[in-house]
Design a protein around this ligand. Sequence first.
Ligand code: GLU
Length: 282
Amino acid sequence: MKVTRFAPSPSGRLHLGHAYSAVVGHARARASGGAFRIRIEDLDPGRCRPEFVDGIYEDLDWLGLRFDGEPIVQSERTALYGDALERLKAAGLVYACFCTRAEIAQSLTAPHGDAGTQYPGTCRPLPDSPEKRATTPHCWRLDSGKALELAGLPSWTESDGTRFDGKLGDFGDAILARKDAPSSYHLACVVDDAASDVNLVVRGKDLRPSTPTQRLLQILLDLPEPSYLHHPLVMHADGRRLAKRDLAPTLAAMRDSGVDGTALAAQLLEGRVPLGFQLSEA
Ligand code: GLU
């Protein structure tokens, strides 16, 4: 039995790429007699809006995708992420970092696309200073060197059975939390996947660079290992990515223009996308 989840961030209306991800996750759950869960990844108060949360439920309903159980809302679960962070701190695997505000700001949402440059470790050797922490914005980073020493190099399995071994270069000192935000995307994701018994993580290939770090956190926190389905991405036919900020039509706009949501879901499940789009393995 597969328990999958669809975990959008309510920072805009959903588009075709979200629909594809939800359709695949839903189908995997239903085909195995498992469960399809919804998680609202609303940890970034600067970008998330309640009307977009409502939009997520409307869009799923229009696609004909029913979810199981109560939705998980991350902004209501911050104490759990705090507990996980405390465990990692107690194990000596975390340090305070006072660098790069922009990167720290981004850590609350999933890093779609390339993993980007890795943090050079500037603050890693600093002695802990509660005085400095009390007055200076900072985040908490995983000391990936120490973590890998303890956990070994993690591996993971894709749903087709392919096993991937993490390489040293896959792991940066990921941000786990910041002074004014109790969790980053990575930490909340592993805590919630485990808490909702997710055993198949269905998400786009653009989130694959997140998987080694998340597997490492699962090992450190004694959380069960899910398998992964990193699916192809829906792109514009000309190869551009769909992004909330470009002119990708939202599902709401498609609905308003008379598209049948359940027919669209059936079409996506067969791997067919509407004219003007493509499914890209890249
Ligand atoms: N919240 C992420 C998104 O907006 C998904 C993260 C995940 O599936 O792990 O796509």
